[in-house]
Design a protein around this ligand. Structure first.
Ligand code: ADE
Length: 230
């Protein structure tokens, strides 16, 4: 890759990138700041997206227009697969918008009408690179699976059970599938890496608040390890 786009959801994580990237420039577009530089010999451009699908879509397109030829996303998510515990990591094999709902017109849950593809596949080489980084750093605590995104913080047992049983999700968050769709529209490879901050159930709001800083450190470590081994 000539230039690696990195999107973080959290300020804590972007601060770690600011610390470690050797900077060559920065610019602002649509109110979001982008920083360019090098990390372990690779050209990178990174930003903090802000929360939600629209923010993630805009910054992904800006990264691609700035020359990013692959995009990595790191942040936290609510665990959906019952085998996952807080602190475990999900590497996306694919991403789907769980809140896309045109079911009254006969479309499947998550389906984008009149479009062949609505579950966007992550790049196999980036998935393997991320999965190996997880195995090196957090052995036995990661899985590869489907990342479900929506403009909703999921915090009930019924909602999270539905995401697992109806959509087969591994985790749920608020940006991945939007970044994935923009990458697919541009033919740019991507992978989403998420540390589990909560189980998207009745305790999710408490666990989320507790876990953010550790998760930022963990996901930064994964990105760092990936670039070392690329
Ligand atoms: N990010 C972290 N936890 C989440 C949850 N439960 N729902 C949506 N996004 C999240």
């Amino acid at each position: 890759y000539h230039k690696i786009g990195i999107v973080g959801a959290m300020a804590e994580e972007i601060e770690l990138l600011h610390k470690h990237v050797v900077k060559t420039g920065s610019f602002v577009k649509a109110g979001i700041e982008y920083t360019e530089g090098t990390l372990h010999g690779h050209n990178v451009v990174f930003c903090k997206s802000g929360v939600g699908k629209v923010n993630a879509a805009v910054c992904t397109q800006v990264l691609i227009d700035a020359g990013a030829d692959c995009v990595l996303f790191t942040g936290v998510a609510g665990a959906v697969a019952p085998s996952l515990n807080i602190g475990d990591i999900v590497v996306s094999t694919s991403c789907l918008q769980h809140d896309f709902d045109v079911t009254p017109l006969g479309f499947a849950r998550g389906q984008i009408p009149y479009q062949d593809v609505w579950e966007f596949q992550a790049a196999p080489d980036l998935v393997e690179l991320a999965a190996s980084a997880c195995e090196r750093l957090f052995p036995g605590r990661s899985l590869k699976g489907k990342v479900l995104s929506g403009d909703q913080f999921i915090a009930s047992r019924d909602a999270v059970r539905g995401l697992y049983e109806e959509l087969g999700g591994a985790c749920t968050e608020m940006e991945g599938a939007s970044l994935a769709q923009v990458c697919a529209m541009n033919g740019v490879p991507f992978v989403v890496i998420r540390s589990m901050s909560d189980k998207a159930d009745g305790s999710a709001h408490v666990n989320f608040a507790e876990f953010t800083i550790q998760a930022s450190v963990n996901s930064h470590a994964i990105i760092d390890d990936m670039l070392r081994h690329l």
